[in-house]
Ligand binder design. Sequence first.
Ligand code: THU
Length: 134
Amino acid sequence: MTDIELIKLAVSAREMSYSPYSNFKVGAALLTKSGKVFTGCNVENAGFTPTNCAERTAVFKAVSEGEREFSAIAIVAGKGDTLNDLCAPCGVCRQVLSEFCDGDFRVIMGTPNSIKVVTLSEILPYSFGKNDLE
Ligand code: THU
């Protein structure tokens, strides 16, 4: 699975975005260490706070189907029919990813034409995790 292939799967997942309040459509594609892909879109809510981001949708789908080891996630986003050059995961999604992913987990952002890749530890330094609770 190449980074661009994963981005393209995120583009397809974005088509299912339920975002009547923001019209900001997000798609994510999460790659497991075993090579499976779980996709997700953002799901908004009239109460606003119950809204779920695309990244968390993908993580929760995967974990609920027995997967806990991940190597990368691709994220695409934009208003309406447009795609932003880059959309980074929100802070809550970074925290959720850090529950299951190592610091070298790859976050692939962009479009099918241009991508930027960072690691989870780069975008979530000094993270709080299960080790802190021991
Ligand atoms: N959103 C995501 O799905 N992922 C992000 O990383 C940033 C924000 C969604 C939540 C909401 O439905 C819309 O984008 C506007 O914030």
